[in-house]
Design a protein. Structure first.
Length: 144
């Protein structure tokens, strides 16, 4: 990346433009072609409010990941950040959805096992992410 200081933020700007085209322009075109209601301001209030909140939180999360990548001491931490996101997000979603829908009485062991395996996998990847050896270890290995 040529601009180490601002490159990630500039890339995020282009990703935002891509999201705008994909998530705003495309649905309007599809709704128009299918004869749907494009007056989105008349949609049910609760629906658009929750959608707007969820989309905003997702974008904030993506920006947070981008900023975290910029502060990493080494690229070796990429698996750590990605394991937290891609193991953590589905677990949070599953737990919140199950709670919100009141479905805990229907939970079976494979669901609990899946949550446990995702948590263990996220921990293992975070704990044992490949990192270059410390200088003292490298010097000792060179002496051998």
């Amino acid at each position: 990346m040529a601009d180490k200081e601002n490159g990630r933020i500039m890339a995020f700007l282009w990703v935002g433009l891509a999201y705008f085209l994909t998530a705003v322009v495309a649905p309007i075109i599809i709704l128009k072609l299918k004869g749907g209601n494009i007056a989105f301001w008349t949609y049910p209030t609760k629906g658009w409010q929750w959608s707007l909140i969820a989309g905003t939180l997702g974008a904030i999360g993506a920006l947070g990941v981008l900023l975290a990548f910029g502060k990493m001491p080494s690229p070796a931490y990429v698996p750590v950040i990605m394991s937290i996101i891609f193991a953590g997000a589905p677990m949070v979603n599953a737990l919140v959805s199950t709670t919100k829908e009141g479905n805990w009485s229907y939970v079976r062991w494979p669901f609990v096992l899946g949550i446990a395996l995702a948590a263990i996998g996220g921990y293992m990847i975070t704990k044992h992410a490949p990192k270059p050896p410390k200088p003292a270890v490298m010097a000792k290995a060179a002496e051998s």
